[in-house]
Design a protein around this ligand. Sequence first.
Ligand code: SF4
Length: 272
Amino acid sequence: MTYRYLFGPVPSRRFGRSLGVDLAGGRRCSFDCVFCEVGKTDCLTRQRQEYVPTSAVIGELRAWLAEDGVADVITLAGSGEPTLHTGFGEIIDAVHASCKIPVALLTNSSLLTEPGVRSAAARADIVKVSLGAWDEASFEALNHPVPGLTFAGVMQGLRLFRAQYQGRLWVEVMLVCGVNDVPWQVERIAALVADLQPATVQLNTVVRPPAFADAEPLADESLERLAALFTPKAEVIVQHRGPEGRRRHDEHVEHLAGLSVRSATSLRIPGC
Ligand code: SF4
């Protein structure tokens, strides 16, 4: 069967064999991050909608479970921000009702400002949030958020989510040369991360051609040095190289990379 909303399973170093679910219906996101490997966001929005039919996604998941059904995790990720989809909580519930495979949600955290998003996200077994800024200016420089989103608001949403979430919270910090890689900047980020008391902190950097060509990666040695500033100590996840010598990293980016390899043009949204 050919799937429209599922991709993979892709191998992920932390998640194992991960089946991706793409709910954004293209490059639709509340951010336009300088490091994004899907490419520039076509539809910059915080408007939540049923961008792809919930029933069709659940139908594909049930078909995949009957046809293959082997994965270590089912991951809501993809070409944009999955929490923009109003049915993502229903999809998590449908997976839980159909199998024992845990659900991971990869989110940029921006919509955790909304109580409905927090309660839907709390149903995922693992929630991995991204955090790479420490104030409004760095948030603008790194993430290019949709107008109306503030760093203070996003952090407040994250703290409220942390207070209610019983599952495994992971934080991924994406560092970009010249944007958020100076030790005092990383210390500020690390202080915010520590307050969230995550189970795991992952440090990452730009690897594949990013959305903005001038977004440069950090050297491995710098990442290893900066990892010690986090509590718990961050795990550098950009450390394995492909056969061609290029660095590869996993989870969010591997999911994004899988999508961009699958069909870069099909991810574009004409108009928004
Ligand atoms: S990296 Fe993630 S949050 Fe940032 S623009 Fe790309 S899809 Fe959106």
